[in-house]
Design a binder for this molecule. Structure first.
Ligand code: F6P
Length: 326
């Protein structure tokens, strides 16, 4: 089958660099003289026929912008066979024959199902700040989010140090500790709590006590949102205060600010490379793959593997974090 028109959409949680990826998909289509439409609000827009014909000029001035010009959504309707059927009919009516999905594993699950039901060629681009997708060393938005987080933690450090306080700082990462671990090392945290490794409350206390005894007057503990220690950041604060009434403890939940902002140069370049690779893979007749970067090279991973596999924490980083907290 020769590719004539590609649809591109962003789905799931947005991430800085999604616009740069949309731009790359659109410009690569223009370069190869094939049509391209943008689909608004992810799969929901596919069901509602919310499409926009695009050309190289439609994506001017967006490489530097956070968020996604196509908007994003988590569509419930696309989880139903009826919803997917309507989506398929809309794509066909618009003359679209191939799809590029920019999103996380939930979005890829929908893409794979759509392909299995309708044989629709699809390629995924991993876009999520969590960096929790198998088959790529880095997801789009992760590098920017890390820089946003360390900028925020540096500021918290100033006030923590002025008041001799202990801060629990919650960062995003529902199932993965990549943001917490890397930003924790980058910002010089005392302890880093991640879902992949439950250090336990006792060790947390003893580590804080040790820091005090070695002359530290303030401490930063970075906690991944999905940490399995069994307590959220506010309960952690209470727990420490119960055991150490002399500690002055505060909590800061960084939240959705981590998903915004202008993408870093790394994310812009990565998005551009992924967009080119996605479109050219479709032109080569490939389908059901996710593009990724592995050891600086662009690679394809079957979507099924990307969905089922898990991204592993680098244990060397755990050791570095521990040594740095000495
Ligand atoms: O998957 C990305 C992510 O930012 C997670 O880290 C976070 O748990 C989730 O999205 C938040 O989702 P929502 O924007 O729907 O609240």
């Amino acid at each position: 089958m020769s590719v004539k028109k590609i649809a591109v959409l962003t789905s799931g949680g947005d991430a800085p660099g999604m616009n740069a990826a949309i731009r790359a998909v659109v410009r690569t289509c223009a370069y190869h003289n094939i049509g391209v439409v943008g689909v608004y609000r992810g799969y929901q827009g596919m069901i509602e026929g919310d499409f926009k014909e695009m050309n190289a000029r439609s994506v001017r001035d967006i490489i530097n912008r956070g968020g996604t010009i196509l908007k994003s959504a988590r569509s419930k309707d696309f989880r139903t066979p009826e919803g997917r059927k309507v989506a398929y009919e809309n794509l066909k009516a618009a003359g679209v024959d191939s799809l590029v999905v920019i999103g996380g594993d939930g979005s890829f699950t929908g893409a794979l199902l759509f392909n299995q039901e309708y044989g629709f060629p699809v390629i995924g681009i991993p876009g999520t700040i969590d960096n929790d997708i198998y088959g790529t060393d880095f997801t789009l938005g992760y590098d920017t989010a890390l820089n946003t987080v360390i900028e925020a933690i540096d500021k918290i450090r100033d006030t923590a140090s002025s008041h001799n306080r202990l801060f629990f700082i919650e960062v995003m990462g529902r199932d993965a500790g990549h943001i917490a671990l890397n930003s924790g090392i980058g910002a010089g945290a005392e302890e880093i709590l991640i879902p992949e490794e439950n250090i336990g409350l006792k060790k947390l206390l003893s580590s804080l006590e040790k820091s005090r005894s070695t002359g530290k007057t303030s401490s930063l503990v970075v906690v991944a949102e999905g940490d399995k220690i069994g307590k959220n950041v506010f309960e952690l604060k209470e727990y420490v205060e119960q055991h150490h009434p002399d500690y002055d403890v505060r909590v800061s939940v960084l939240g959705h600010m981590q998903r915004g902002g202008s993408p870093s140069c790394f994310d812009r370049v990565l998005a551009s490379r992924m967009g080119v690779k996605a479109v050219e893979s479709l032109l080569e007749g490939k389908s059901n793959y996710m593009v990724g970067i592995r050891s600086t090279k662009m690679e394809l991973t079957p979507l099924e593997k990307a969905i089922k596999g898990s991204s592993k924490i680098n244990t060397e980083l755990l050791r570095v974090a521990e040594i740095m907290a000495t």
